[in-house]
Design a protein around this ligand. Structure first.
Ligand code: HEC
Length: 162
């Protein structure tokens, strides 16, 4: 087939039309953007909670603020995926469901993920400048995690007394 200008234009038009139709159709795929009720708030000092709210709550709580772009597929699928996976990993809104041991573990992991630069997820602070953590924010999370270690140590002391 020899391609001339008219044929190329026809193909480009068909492809663009196909993409347009596909983009409209994918909007009908249901996306779960529900916020289940907040059961128990994380038992941390108010200044620690404030940092978590700013940088983590969109993916690790039941108080997700769903931005406009989370309403448009296929971006909505990625956002919903991160929120569901994030809540699965640790949810500060269902803190009371975790055992004392798990709560201590999550306190430490909260700091470890931030310390290692794993959390918040890389793309997130670009879209949410509020989620950029200052040295003071990081220090609050570090101190909170250190408190969990002391708590665990005292638990072990109790055990050895028996
Ligand atoms: C944009 C969504 C998003 C934000 C914002 C976010 N996380 Fe996460 N987080 C996830 C996802 C998804 C996972 C599970 C997959 C993974 O580990 O990458 C996760 C996993 C975790 C885990 C478990 C890691 C493990 O190894 O099991 C911890 C702890 C965590 N995040 C802490 C935080 C903290 C603390 C913040 C805020 C400073 C934060 N996250 C912000 C999406 C997010």
């Amino acid at each position: 087939m020899r391609l001339n200008r008219r044929k190329i234009q026809r193909v480009v038009k068909a492809v663009l039309l196909g993409l347009g139709v596909a983009l409209v159709l994918v909007q009908f795929v249901p996306v779960d953007r529900t916020n289940p009720p907040v059961e128990t708030r994380v038992d941390a000092p108010a200044d620690v909670v404030a940092v978590l709210e700013r940088a983590c709550y969109d993916c690790h709580s039941n108080e997700t603020v769903w931005p406009a772009y989370s309403r448009v597929a296929p971006v909505s699928w990625l956002v919903a995926y991160d929120v569901h996976e994030g809540r699965e990993a640790v949810n500060y809104s269902t803190w009371g469901r975790y055992s004392a041991e798990d709560r201590a573990k999550f306190r430490k992991e909260t700091w470890e993920e931030v310390e290692e630069g794993e959390m918040p997820l890389k793309l997130y602070p670009l879209l949410h400048p509020d989620a950029r953590l200052t040295d003071a924010d990081r220090e609050l999370l570090r101190a909170w995690a250190a408190g969990a270690e002391e708590y665990e140590d005292s638990e072990h002391e109790d055990e050895s007394e028996h």
